[in-house]
Write a protein that binds this ligand. Structure first.
Ligand code: FE2
Length: 202
């Protein structure tokens, strides 16, 4: 089954008030709306990016936190959407959003054991990230918990303060900068120009 951003928003809003905090829901909305703006700007530059799909993926990416827990949300979200008959092109965002450079190690908040989930490790290694999925990777690294937009610098520090620095942190930071450069180059300007409110969050 395909999904629109309106339908995805409904999935998300179903859980408002049902977990300890709605912060993760507002984060998903921020990621989706931020992704939509980037997708729109890329379209203006002539790139074929699906705007509504970008918003949809942003709204859905952390749906695995519906039980109020972050731990395991990647697989839980994927299984949740698959269980509802949602197509892979949407459900995959639950798997991809935390990992850069097709590498399960390239993530924040700890060093995953590649052997602990071979399905996920292999999926991340072999999956060809779509442009919409890459946008979500970046937006997740621009939107903190809550509804604001940060520079990647501030967001990376926000993650490090909350979750610590590990042996893969430098690698993840470098790949985050590469990802932002990728979009800056496509746009021909600094992506932050799309988000003037960013200066209020420096
Ligand atoms: Fe997220």
């Amino acid at each position: 089954m395909k999904l629109t951003s309106k339908e995805a928003r409904k999935f998300l809003e179903e859980y408002r008030g049902k977990t300890e905090s709605d912060i993760w829901i507002d984060h998903c909305i921020c990621v989706g709306d931020t992704a939509g703006k980037i997708a729109e700007a890329l379209n203006e530059k002539g790139y074929k990016v699906d705007i509504d799909k970008s918003v949809t993926l942003g709204y859905l990416h952390d749906i695995g936190k519906y039980n109020g827990e972050s731990h395991g949300h990647v697989m839980r979200g994927y299984e949740y959407l698959k269980g509802k008959g949602i197509d892979d092109e949407y459900a995959n965002i639950c798997l991809t959003h935390s990992y850069l450079n097709n590498d399960i190690i390239c993530t924040a908040g700890g060093v995953p054991d590649p052997k602990s989930n071979l399905f996920l490790t292999e999926f991340i290694k072999n999956h060809e990230y779509t442009i919409e999925e890459k946008i979500i990777n970046l937006c997740d690294l621009m939107c903190p918990q809550g509804g604001r937009v940060f520079t990647i610098d501030k967001r990376l520090i926000d993650i490090m303060i909350r979750r610590g620095a590990y042996s893969n942190t430098q690698y993840h930071i470098k790949e985050t900068y590469k990802l932002k450069d990728f979009f800056d180059n496509l746009l021909g300007y600094n992506i932050y120009e799309l988000f003037p409110q960013i200066k209020d969050n420096l």
